[in-house]
Design a protein around this ligand. Structure first.
Ligand SMILES: Cc1cc2nc3c(=O)[nH]c(=O)nc-3n(C[C@H](O)[C@H](O)[C@H](O)COP(=O)(O)OP(=O)(O)OC[C@H]3O[C@@H](n4cnc5c(N)ncnc54)[C@H](O)[C@@H]3O)c2cc1C
Length: 235
């Protein structure tokens, strides 16, 4: 496997348990939005721990890219990435994965994510925005509380600026008086698919329990065939 060395440029908290890390991979670093990389994290004993992260930003000429890491309780890799300081260098695999959009979009898009599952979807959305795409697109983003809606300002700004983009966060632990969508993502699929005209491509990213429920709802309740459902699971 070919490895390249990347340098951590900046780190910032996106929420109480998600950290954004921006790396410099050098000019010529190319990938397709939706792909992931495997970072080789150094251990005290000299060995390395490989962990995969979706690239959360669209490709740039200067080779910089961002990831968003959820801190998992007791998780060795994510704990390390929540502590690492700018200036650190890491070995990294070349981008991989098939959770990517086709070059020509023939149908509206329903993009469904929970937690940092929104990372590859953000890369896709940034890319479509840069291309000036007018394909109808709905982002259904499930998290627990208002403070967990990472990249919220960015998604709201995009939806306000582009008539084809709709942003629909849903909270599973909404505070009293919250007036937006609540509950799990799968409970909102029927309405959002309907609003997109019924015939759309669905991209789903996050933990497997959510993906399973979304797939089941799409197939059994909404008549989707497997070809229209594209998934990336983190566990
Ligand atoms: C293709 C791919 C892309 C991925 N992209 C991302 C990403 O962009 N951001 C990210 O935070 N993680 C991502 N992951 C998960 C990541 O690779 C690690 O599994 C995660 O950081 C936990 O590693 P750890 O060593 O801290 O914990 P470990 O001790 O290895 O514990 C792993 C357990 O953590 C849980 N877990 C894994 N990912 C998450 C998560 N995001 N939120 C909550 N619980 C989780 C699962 O139950 C899993 O069994 C991705 C995984 C894959 C396979």
């Amino acid at each position: 496997m070919t490895l390249r060395t990347v340098t951590l440029l900046t780190a910032r908290a996106l929420s109480h348990d998600v950290r954004s890390l921006t790396f410099d991979a050098g000019e010529g670093f190319a990938y397709t939005p939706g792909q992931w990389v495997s970072l080789k994290l150094p251990r005290a004993d000299g060995s390395t721990l490989a962990r995969s992260y979706s690239i959360a930003s669209a490709p740039r000429a200067d080779g910089r890219f961002e990831i968003a890491v959820t801190r998992v309780e007791g998780g060795e890799g994510s704990t390390w990435l929540h502590a690492v300081e700018p200036g650190a260098t890491l070995a990294m695999s070349e981008p991989a994965g098939f959770f990517t959009l086709p070059e020509v979009l023939e149908r509206p898009l329903l993009l469904v994510a929970t937690g940092t599952g929104v990372a590859p979807i953000r890369a896709m959305i940034q890319h479509l925005d840069a291309q000036g795409s007018t394909v109808p697109l709905t982002l259904l983003f499930g998290v627990r509380t208002p403070g967990d809606v990472i990249f919220e300002d960015e998604f709201r700004e995009l939806a306000a600026r582009r008539a084809n983009v709709r942003f629909e966060p849903t909270l599973s632990r909404a505070p009293d008086g919250y007036t937006g969508r609540t509950g799990y993502v799968q409970t909102h699929l029927a309405a959002l698919v309907h609003d997109l005209g019924g015939d759309c491509e669905v991209y789903v990213c996050g933990l497997n329990a959510m993906i399973r429920e979304v797939r089941r709802t799409l197939k059994e309740e909404l008549g989707f065939t497997r070809e229209r459902i594209h998934t990336e699971r983190y566990d």
